[in-house]
Ligand binder design. Structure first.
Ligand SMILES: [Zn+2]
Ligand SMILES: [Zn+2]
Length: 295
């Protein structure tokens, strides 16, 4: 068995188990499952050009400037088109309603009318304004387009995050609540039963990093009585961290042992019922993901 197919079957098991444990999220897991499985496969198998990491400044990292704020995490030679078309197929599989829009987008990409390298040529100071206006000009749904772009970005960023983590020797000196690689806020946290360490997870690039439990990752307010964990009855392993200062919440899992392989993004999707409850109470997620923006 190749490593890519072994990973797929691991993912299938993780998704199956998540559906059994969280039947209320079954439809969402069915929709996102094929996409996430394909992303993991592409992250493992895509041939990416080497990026020069030598200008990453550890002092800047200590001051809280993530790697993505120092260097461009994308290379103009990244295989954007290949990754895009592969992901487009899995989006159609998981979300058949998007077929028409995604097909249109795929045609523009494979016909060279939409140059993905331009989209990812991020000017660090000026985000993505030119790329967004280009997408408008092509008359494609900005939401379909930005969804696909975020999926592509994750595949490439996750690989770069692995490489950078290796070079940095971990993220022990990183003390921020946003991601040391791409700068996004976490989508979910994990607290280990043994030792009680809290790890934050970034869904934009897949990076995990340790963060103190006594500070809000979003506004950095120190823990007090105002900081709470919200639980659903009978579910002691799943909760939402709540900060009354900034009114943000963070879905949080407790891990007892390491019985099963876990995928933090699948876990986040499995717990979307907690997102509904917290948003119903007027709190906002620390970051927007395709699955936690509820109306
Ligand atoms: Zn990140
Ligand atoms: Zn806060």
């Amino acid at each position: 068995m190749t490593s890519a197919s072994r990973e797929t079957s691991d993912m299938d098991q993780i998704i199956e188990r998540a559906m059994e444990q969280n039947p209320q999220s079954r439809d969402l897991l069915k929709a996102f499952g094929p996409i996430i499985a394909r992303q993991r496969q592409l992250t493992a198998s895509s041939k990416l050009p080497q990026v020069d990491y030598s200008s990453i400044d550890r002092e800047k990292l200590k001051a809280g400037i993530p790697v993505g704020g120092q260097i461009n995490l994308f290379s103009p030679d990244d295989p954007f088109t290949e990754i895009a078309l592969s992901l487009a197929a899995s989006v159609k599989e998981g979300m058949p309603k998007l077929t028409e829009g995604i097909d249109r987008l795929s045609d523009l990409i494979s016909g060279g009318k939409l140059q993905l390298a331009d989209y990812f040529k991020r000017d660090l100071s000026n985000e993505n304004k030119t790329a967004d206006s280009r997408i408008e000009y092509l008359n494609i749904s900005p939401s379909n387009a930005s969804f696909l772009m975020s999926l592509i970005a994750r595949v490439i960023l996750e690989r770069r995050a692995h490489e950078i983590t290796e070079i940095m020797g971990g993220w022990l000196t990183w003390e921020k609540g946003y991601c040391p690689v791409c700068g996004e806020f976490p989508s979910i946290a994990l607290i280990e039963e043994e030792g009680g360490k809290r790890f934050l997870h970034c869904s934009s690039c897949g990076q995990d990093w340790r963060f103190t439990r006594v500070v809000c990752p979003y506004c950095e307010k120190e823990a007090s009585r105002e900081m709470n964990y919200y639980y659903v009855e009978n579910k002691t392993q799943e909760s939402a961290f709540v900060c009354e200062e900034c009114r943000k919440y963070l879905i949080t899992l407790y891990r007892a042992g390491r019985l099963h392989a876990r995928d933090m993004d699948i876990s986040a999707i499995s717990l979307v019922h907690l997102d509904m409850i917290m948003q119903g109470k007027g709190y906002e997620p620390m970051t927007s993901c395709a699955w936690n923006i509820l109306e």
